[in-house]
Design a protein around this ligand. Structure first.
Ligand code: NAP
Length: 243
């Protein structure tokens, strides 16, 4: 990956997105990220990496906001060399009793937002005939989980986007892949009860939940020349729970 370009990460204020941003910065990449609000960790990164890190406020469910973020990133930080569609929300509930607005919100943030952001960010990649896109999907999109049907649909949708876009953009030298993590220790899984958590650990051959750091190595790999012939793939990182 060309270090002059910037890696744009959606949802880098905490959890997996923050871990990816921090690791890429530590390895000398230029990083831009956005979410609805900043936080202490973002402010610390701004202080430490004044020249190579930028944070913007932006909302995945708002098309105008995404447009503004991409414009500002390209103007302030330089060409977008890689896009990591990481921002996401999980709302659990039995589908029959979910509110229609909850389903709309899940689709707007996880799927429509990622499609719209990619639509905007990929234009300059096409002009430059280079780039890499990584979609953070989930094993829930591959295997399903009771109480997460709507979330699962958004993640399966992201994997569909990976396969379709890989074909569309391969001839432009742009690679598109998904990373499908298993259960990770982030705010998103804080709501898991003891019974659910113990069951997940029992069913995971490696005997634990993952951490964001378990995923960042594969981001480095997919962005590197070592992955130069890999596109349209879904890389599962789940301690073996789906094997
Ligand atoms: P997290 O800790 O809840 O962080 C989510 C990030 O997305 C935050 O930075 C959040 O910032 C941002 N975000 C949420 N809604 C947004 C919106 N409307 N606009 C802009 N940014 C928004 O979650 P995580 O566990 O790191 O998850 C990261 C990705 O990994 C998600 O796509 C998730 O589905 C996927 N994943 C997670 C797990 C897991 O077990 N944790 C497993 C598989 C896949 P703001 O709230 O400030 O906007």
């Amino acid at each position: 990956m060309n270090r002059d370009g910037v890696v744009l990460i959606s949802g880098g204020s905490r959890g997996l997105g923050l871990a990816i941003a921090t690791s890429l910065l530590n390895h000398g990449h230029k990083v831009a990220t956005f979410s609805r609000r900043s936080g202490d960790a973002v402010e610390r990164l701004k202080d430490k990496y004044e020249k190579s890190f930028s944070f913007f406020e932006g909302d995945m469910s708002d098309q105008a906001s995404l447009s503004e973020v991409v414009k500002r990133v390209e103007k302030d930080c330089g060409p977008i060399e890689a896009l990591i569609n990481n921002a996401g929300i999980a709302i659990d509930g039995v589908l029959a009793t979910m509110q229609p607005t909850q389903i709309e919100q899940l689709i707007a943030v996880n799927l429509t937002g990622s499609l719209q952001l990619t639509r905007l960010a990929v234009r300059q990649m096409i002009v430059r005939s280079r780039g890499s896109i990584i979609n953070i999907s989930s094993i829930i999109g591959l295997r399903g989980y009771a109480g997460l049907a709507a979330y699962s649909a958004t993640k399966a949708g992201l994997d569909g986007m990976t396969r379709g876009l890989a074909r569309e953009l391969g001839p432009r030298n742009i690679r598109v892949n998904s990373i499908a993590p298993g259960y990770l220790e982030t705010e998103m899984t804080h709501g898991l009860g003891d019974t659910q958590r113990n069951q997940i650990v029992r069913r995971t051959p490696l005997g634990r939940l993952g951490t964001p750091d378990d995923v960042v190595g594969s981001i480095h790999f997919l962005l590197s020349p070592a992955a130069g012939f890999i596109t349209g793939q879904i890389l599962t990182i789940d301690g073996g729970i789906t094997c």
